[in-house]
Ligand binder design. Structure first.
Ligand code: 4AD
Ligand code: MG
Length: 431
């Protein structure tokens, strides 16, 4: 008899089924065992009745250690009161592999213990819910890009130079005394690809050797980076806005149970419909000062400033036109005000901070060369990138969306480390 997945059980109402999975929990009384079986697709309650079973077998079932892998034979019964709307009347329980004493119990554990046991922690209800949401976010992005005719162009991971400044590069040996760096962003390659395909994106791991120990920083994180030819800052903001709305809608629609497990307030997410407020950096600074938070024009916004700005709104807010000094060499300056760069950061509500950074790129060869010198970068390293301004340069732009930060906000959890299957952080690379 072929096995049934827990998520499909309802379709087998009244039928004999075989389930395979792991023993998640058990409650026992004199006459019954209530076993919770999880199989990755869901969790179902299976009822074992003493009167219907061999006495010895009944007692053995009461001793099966948690997380043992088991096979259960029984009959599926639709029942509105049980979670998932169905339970199983078990007639036979077989142990496939008996587990040793499981290190994660139902009581509270510290984060270090859980992170060191990430390979097991991933089985927990809450972690499963977060990974479901991550999966939906990634799918929503890819589906939308496909529908809008963006080409997926994968960016390389080994790169010969930096994109987001040299201070956060991971260096690796690359044959014959050469050095390579793990990519900080696929952007420069997406700019080349946009000149070949028009609208493109990449979606993959990126790396930052940041010595930051905050709830928002990973050393390896995933980034979605669309790039458009013939686009200005407004086009970039429009795409960021529509993408965030679509992702949120998809998560609300397809991750109902997961949001419930996480006790996420869905009404807050339902407000993410757009349009989002667009605030220039100067306007933001003015309002900060007006509200008594002293902030000098010219500096980068810190996490605290971002939290205050986002508290003004129920939706993400787009802060644009930052002082050019705080932004990367490739950002185009505003022709109307050369002190500011045509960049945008999108700040998530509820204090989750920056989830998107992007903008319009410098498209003039001379100006870009000037920036490269100002930032004390070697023009030789950027010869190919400069070529894009030599052969048919066009206004263009895009952004990078941090996948873990976006999932963290949507799932309403505390720390990005729970938003990636195996987090890499300062002082943490195991398991
Ligand atoms: O603002 P960032 O540094 O922008 C870029 O890298 C651009 N080159 C992207 C582009 O225009 N194509 O990073 C973009 C986003 C941030 O808004 C944040 O969500 C995420 O990447 N991010 C991180 N997420 C987790 N851990 C870190 N250390 C992160 N650094 C950035
Ligand atoms: Mg940024």
């Amino acid at each position: 008899m072929s096995r049934t997945r827990v998520r499909d059980l309802l379709k087998s109402n009244g039928e004999d089924v075989v389930l395979r999975g792991w023993l998640y929990n058990r409650r026992s009384s004199k006459k019954f065992h209530f076993l919770l079986l999880r199989d990755g697709s869901g969790i179902v309650q299976c009822i074992v009745t003493r009167a219907e079973m061999d006495e010895e077998a009944f007692l053995e079932i009461g001793k099966i250690p948690y997380e043992s892998s088991i096979e259960i034979h029984g009959k599926a019964n639709a029942d509105e009161r049980s979670p998932g709307g169905v339970e199983v009347h078990a007639t036979k329980v077989e142990v496939i592999s008996e587990a040793e004493e499981y290190p994660i119990s139902k009581q509270e554990h510290g984060p270090d213990f859980l992170l060191s046991n990430r390979h097991l922690w991933l089985r927990s209800k809450k972690q499963v819910a977060v990974m479901h949401i991550r999966n939906e976010v990634l799918r929503a992005i890819r589906d939308d890009m496909y529908e809008q005719g963006f080409q997926c162009i994968d960016a390389p991971i080994f790169t010969p130079n930096s994109c987001e400044g040299t201070s956060t590069l991971f260096e690796v040996d690359y044959f014959d005394d050469d050095k390579a760096y793990l990519t900080q962003s696929g952007q420069l390659y997406m700019e080349a690809a946009a000149m070949a395909f028009g609208d493109v994106y990449c979606l993959g791991p990126t790396f930052r050797a940041e010595k930051s120990k905050t709830r928002r920083h990973l050393t390896e994180f995933w980034m979605f980076e669309p790039e458009m030819a013939f686009a200005d800052l407004d086009d970039v903001m429009n795409l960021a806005e529509s993408m965030l709305c679509k992702i949120t809608t998809r998560v609300i629609e397809n991750c109902k149970e997961d949001l419930e497990v996480l006790e996420r307030d869905v009404d807050i997410l339902k407000k993410i419909t757009g349009p989002f407020p667009r605030l220039s950096y100067s306007e933001a600074v003015e309002r900060l000062n007006a509200e008594g938070h002293a902030f000098e024009w010219g500096g980068d916004l810190g996490a605290k400033d971002e939290a205050i700005i986002s508290s003004w709104f129920d939706t993400p807010v787009m802060v644009h036109r930052y002082p050019q000094e705080v932004k990367a060499f490739y950002m185009k300056r505003d022709p109307e005000d050369s002190k500011v760069a045509l960049g945008v950061d999108v700040l998530a509500p509820e204090g989750y901070g920056e989830i998107i950074g992007g903008g319009q790129r410098e498209d003039s060869l001379e100006t870009l060369l000037g920036r490269i010198h100002e930032h004390e970068l070697d023009p030789e390293d950027f010869a190919w990138y400069l070529d894009l301004r030599r052969y048919g340069s066009v206004p263009h732009g895009g952004f990078g969306l941090g996948v873990e930060r976006t999932v963290c906000w949507l799932a309403g959890i505390e720390h990005v480390r729970e938003c990636v299957p195996f987090p890499r952080m300062l002082y943490r690379i195991y398991p």
